[in-house]
Design a protein around this ligand. Structure first.
Ligand SMILES: Cc1cc2nc3c(=O)[nH]c(=O)nc-3n(C[C@H](O)[C@H](O)[C@H](O)COP(=O)(O)OP(=O)(O)OC[C@H]3O[C@@H](n4cnc5c(N)ncnc54)[C@H](O)[C@@H]3O)c2cc1C
Length: 371
């Protein structure tokens, strides 16, 4: 059976506009045929549904780019080990997925489209299973970690330091999923805010979102000595050793992975000029200035620029990050890293590209929604 990305994409285009309905239908089919699988999922399924569709959309649109697709699926396969997923679960998921696409794309459905989906799902699940079994001999499915420091930095933001009981190897810029004892089986993604350390500790910058399950727990109900679970490190916004100067544009807790990248570059002994712009709406949300000032004083090639958008009296650089990047000389020769809320990231990237930075030198991630 051969892959036919066009048929998969065309039929998926009918499902995308009704994604919430389709996700509810999918889980209904999955759990009615396999009730024992329900216990693997969190009590509230809303975020889970979004996550399913985000992942599915990404896979469908990447079917034409085998390189990116295989590394994404390998990460997804390794990450799914923490749920206790085994090879036979993929068959159950595949059956429910096919039934869902067939139901919502009924008006165009043909045997050819069905064959295209069977081939695409077969290929994707095989890559995930292979990556998971290759990882099984090398790393645990999840890490138990103890909270060893907890600093409340503003009304909504805390910096949380944990020490996993086993070494976790990762690349600066990557993120992990975190589960707290308060919300079993609820995993949320947080960027690691430091380069790897000898003592194996990891730091997270967490902003409590209103009504947020895991973020509020980490900011308001977590103490030194508490335990959390961590999923394996994933993410592709990692440092590129090109020898170029660097621009890092961070919105809110998007600072976390960029700080890890800057720490890594400083530790590597390289001496590029680095501009690090950290943006927030109000000055009180610039939660890491003392630490950033320390980094700046220890590395003369680093320039940290706080940027505030909604406080006219702020005695520093004012404005939205995408606009502020245009106030400097050209960044066209720089390696650029951008991280923050999705809208800030996409507007910043658009501006930088319009001003001549080639897309291949722009590395981006968001700290909003799901991977
Ligand atoms: C790659 C990646 C890296 C991330 N890194 C970080 C990080 O370093 N620090 C950090 O604080 N967060 C980070 N996030 C966001 C984090 O994963 C959670 O989405 C966020 O903490 C909310 O989870 P929750 O369980 O508290 O809220 P939920 O219980 O999932 O949601 C509660 C309510 O808040 C809304 N909501 C969810 N997320 C957000 C948001 N980001 N902003 C506003 N409203 C929201 C939901 O729609 C819902 O209405 C990252 C996300 C991604 C995808």
């Amino acid at each position: 059976m051969s892959l036919n990305p066009r048929l998969v994409k065309e039929s998926f285009a009918l499902v995308e506009p009704v994604a919430p309905k389709a996700a509810a239908y999918f889980y209904g089919r999955l759990f009615s045929a396999n009730p024992h699988l329900r216990a693997m999922f969190p009590p509230a399924m809303d975020m889970q549904r979004d996550r399913l569709f985000n992942a599915l959309t990404r896979i469908v649109w990447m079917l034409d780019s085998p390189g990116g697709l295989s590394s994404y699926l390998a990460q997804l396969g390794r990450d799914h080990r923490k749920y206790g997923v085994i090879a036979e679960h993929y068959t159950a998921v595949g059956t429910a997925l096919l039934a869902t696409i067939r139901h919502f794309a009924a008006e165009v459905w043909t045997d050819e489209i069905e064959a295209a989906w069977v081939a695409a799902y077969g290929m994707a699940s095989e890559m995930m299973v292979e990556a998971a079994s290759a990882d099984a001999g090398q790393a645990p499915p999840w890490w138990l970690a103890e909270v060893i420091d907890h600093e409340v930095r503003s009304r909504d933001i805390a910096v949380v330091t944990v020490r996993p009981s086993q070494r976790m190897d990762y690349t600066p810029g990557q993120y992990v999923t975190v589960q707290t004892a308060r919300w079993p089986r609820v995993w949320r993604t947080f960027s690691i805010a430091n380069a790897p350390r000898d003592d194996n500790t990891l730091r997270f910058h967490v902003r409590a979102v209103p009504g947020g399950w895991v973020s509020s727990t980490l900011v308001r109900h977590t103490r030194i000595g508490d335990q959390v679970l961590l999923g394996p490190p994933v993410g592709t916004m990692v440092p590129v050793d090109s020898g170029r100067d660097m621009l890092c544009v961070a919105g809110g807790t998007g600072l976390a992975p960029l700080k890890a990248i800057v720490e890594h570059v400083i530790a590597s002994g390289r001496r590029p000029n680095i501009h690090l712009l950290h943006g927030a709406r109000f000055a009180r949300e610039l939660y890491d200035m003392p630490d950033l000032a320390r980094m700046e004083s220890g590395f003369p090639w680093l320039r940290v620029l706080p940027v505030v958008s909604d406080e006219p009296a702020f005695d520093g650089m004012r404005g939205a990050l995408p606009d502020v990047t245009e106030r400097f000389h050209s960044w066209a020769e720089h390696e650029v890293y951008v991280c923050g809320p999705a809208s800030m990231v996409s507007r910043t990237v658009q501006r930088l590209q319009a001003s001549g930075v080639p897309p291949c030198r722009i590395h981006r991630d968001t700290v909003q929604g799901e991977p």
